[in-house]
Design a binder for this molecule. Structure first.
Ligand code: GAL
Length: 691
């Protein structure tokens, strides 16, 4: 059943709408401070994120604090009925700190220490850095703990990267000793260390991987990445200590980069109170814009599922163009509203931007902002931001609502790391995330809600589990998949699955390893194709998979044997013509499918479309959606909130059926047809009743 979660800000049942705000950069222009307050109201903003990069403005010399400007900015927000998401400033430190304590600077994987400057250049192990961060965080918490503007802590900024200094090497070894119960032999076994004579005889010989050596031990590479996640979370927890102690009622978050491979957010999410992320799709005026939209929806769903469905914060997004893409196109009319509603549709309860006001100098002066250099409200971007702020005020009933999915796509950071690292059968274009999204997109296009789960996720509440390229199976995962299918679940996996364990040691006795019996197949070999090659696939007659005509496979083709599974499609070309390309094995009360090759979009559409109809998976609206349009839904158990989002430049008419709906924007009755302009969107509310 859908549930209603408490709002992110206790007792504030409204959307937060706002931006990163840097008043310290405008300290000499008090008239701009005044103007900001006027403009924030006009833009329907009720929250500002402050202090993200303000360390030197708060502590210009060691132990000398200058909170006056932040006091004034916090007071102004409170006096204007607005809130502050207050950041801890650790992501860029003052020059005095770097000069006084060289150990705080990060050492890159080539073992060179970084210079001062930029951001994200600290060592997260350094006791001195931890102490200095702890001190400024404590000062912030002490000073603002009772401030009426404070609604959430934004700890650091986009934690990422790794440090290879001596302190980190020591911490890595200590972490390994714990992981392998002080048993070096166990580590050597897990890392298959006799390979190229890598066996370690002392813990002190172990070093983090870097380009100057060591890249061949996949177990080491994997463990290093696990350690980086561990150490980042450990540093985060250290940052949070004074905040949790002094402001236990204030939720703590840090802005994730859910689209990036560096950190295992399945683990990090447990350490935050609310998940937030920075969403920067690049919707431009191209025919395939909508494919990027499906990726963004996947990432929003992933973000929501990190906390098992609890609403999240969209901490950053751009009000117009970003400045770091090779080409930064302006948002086309309509795109801003649709992009923001997309986040809400997937579970965001806040809409925040980077940035409030364009700064005058340096790297981000051309990055989109609500207020441009012209300084007034008469701009297209300002009007767009104000409009979405106004619309959010009408969406109060959506706050805290949840999403229910019968389908889950399995996406796992560790699995992605190892797929990137393996050598062979292809060393480029492996595209794990993209492959997960290619499967997800078929559900997105049909308005079927989807959850994303990691390997440790709870599969039992789904009817269909799709696990593309499930190369690594950590202990217990195969058993839980088998249990899921045995109890009636439908499982779909693909080529490059069931190959290795959590140390990247290949399963012996035939792939897909512990899933072999469940899938009823044996993968004997994997063929890698050149980018411009394809292999034809032909379905068997009267197949139950909804397939017809000839499909194209590219890049990966497993050569499998059916060992009890039904064959529903076969390769038609290459020396493996006639061998199975798609199989289904009945197992317990469920079934397990194996897609042996990376297939074209038409295959995904036919195969997954057929599964959707055969399993009668719940769709948000019954009618077929035009290409590039999605329908998503949130619910509180009594009402449903339907988001229709058009990511094409063409207008579309969507048939929503006869049930009474209200358009929450116009506050008028909607349906049975809803018209969407190019890049247009609508939010509808209806009483809950099964479709
Ligand atoms: C984010 C970062 C912001 C800002 C933004 C620009 O990654 O957190 O501080 O730099 O990018 O798009």
């Amino acid at each position: 059943m859908p549930t209603r979660y408490p709002p992110i800000v206790p007792r504030y049942f409204h959307f937060l709408h706002g931006a990163d705000y840097n008043p310290e950069q405008w300290i000499d222009t008090p008239e701009i401070w005044d103007e900001d307050m006027r403009l924030m109201k006009l833009a329907n903003c009720n929250v500002m994120t402050m202090g993200v990069f303000s360390w030197v403005s708060l502590e210009p010399a060691e132990g000398v604090f200058t909170f006056g400007w932040l006091d004034a900015a916090m007071d102004r927000l409170a006096n204007n009925n607005a809130f502050a998401v207050l950041a801890t400033p650790s992501s860029s430190r003052p020059a005095w700190l770097s000069a006084g304590y060289p150990e705080v600077a990060r050492v890159k994987s080539d073992r060179r220490r970084m210079m001062h400057g930029g951001r994200h250049f600290h060592c997260y192990t350094s006791p001195i850095f931890r102490e200095k961060v702890g001190a400024i965080n404590r000062k912030l918490a002490e000073r603002y703990k009772d401030h009426p503007a404070l609604v959430a802590w934004h700890v650091c900024n986009e934690y990422g990267g790794e440090c290879h200094c001596d302190l980190c090497q020591q911490a890595f070894r200590a972490w390994l000793r714990e992981r392998y119960h002080d048993d070096l032999d166990a580590l050597n076994k897990a890392w298959w260390a006799p390979f190229w004579s890598h066996t370690y005889t002392e813990w002190s010989q172990i070093e983090s991987p870097g380009e100057l050596g060591h890249v061949v031990l996949h177990g080491l590479n994997l463990d290093w990445k696990r350690f980086v996640t561990h150490q980042t979370i450990d540093f985060f927890k250290r940052e949070c200590k004074p905040l949790r102690e002094l402001t236990p009622q204030v939720p703590v978050t840090t802005n994730f980069m859910t689209n990036c491979p560096g950190i295992d957010y399945w683990k990090f999410a447990d350490a935050v109170d609310v998940v937030s992320w920075d969403s920067y799709p690049n919707y431009h005026d191209r025919d395939d814009t909508w494919k990027g939209a499906a990726l963004q929806s996947f990432l929003h769903d992933l973000t929501r599922c990190l906390k098992r469905g609890k609403p999240f914060m969209q901490m950053e997004s751009t009000p117009s163009a970003a400045n770091w893409n090779p080409i930064n196109k302006l948002k086309r009319p309509g795109v801003h509203q649709t992009e923001m509603l997309q986040a809400v549709a997937h579970g965001a309860d806040t809409i925040q931007y980077f940035q409030w006001r364009k700064n005058r100098g340096n790297a981000e002066k051309f990055h989109g902002a609500v207020v441009d250099h012209c300084g007034h409200e008469n701009t297209r971007v300002f009007r767009d931001a104000a409009a979405i702020g106004g619309l959010l005020q009408k969406l109060d009933p959506v706050i805290g609502t949840s999403r229910e999915a019968e389908v889950a796509v399995l996406f796992d950071w560790e699995n992605g790391w190892i797929i990137d690292d393996i050598k062979g059968p292809r060393n480029e274009n492996k595209k794990y995330l993209e492959t997960c999204v290619a499967h997800y997109r078929e559900f997105w296009s049909r308005g079927v809600p989807v959850d994303i789960v990691g390997e440790e996720g709870d599969f039992s509440k789904y009817r269909l589990l799709i696990a593309p390229m499930l190369y690594m199976l950590r202990p217990g995962v195969a058993d839980r998949i088998i249990y899921f299918v045995n109890n009636g679940g439908v499982f779909v996996t693909t080529y490059l699955s069931g190959i290795a364990d959590e140390s990247d040691l290949c399963f012996l006795g035939g792939w897909p390893g512990p899933l072999r019996k469940l899938l009823g197949i044996w993968t004997e070999e994997i063929d890698a194709l050149y980018d411009d090659e394809s292999v034809s696939i032909v379905p068997v007659k009267r197949n139950a998979a909804g397939l017809s005509g000839i499909y194209k496979a590219r890049l990966f083709c497993d050569l499998i044997h059916a060992e009890g599974a039904r064959v529903l499609a076969k390769y038609r070309s290459e020396f493996y013509a006639g061998r199975p390309a798609l199989t289904c094995n009945a197992y317990g009360k469920g079934e397990a499918w194996y897609i042996a090759s990376r297939n074209d979009e038409r295959f995904h559409a036919d195969f997954l479309g057929n599964l959707i109809s055969r399993l009668k998976l719940r769709r948000v609206i019954a009618a077929n959606l035009p290409g590039g349009v999605t329908a998503q839904m949130r619910s509180d158990g009594t009402r449903e909130f339907i988001f229709l989002l058009n990511f094409t430049r063409k207008p579309h008419e969507i048939e929503i059926g006869a049930r009474a709906c209200t358009n929450m924007q116009t506050e008028k009755k909607a349906g049975p047809i809803v018209k969407l302009s190019g890049y247009g969107s609508a939010v509808l509310m209806r009483e809950l009743k099964a479709v």
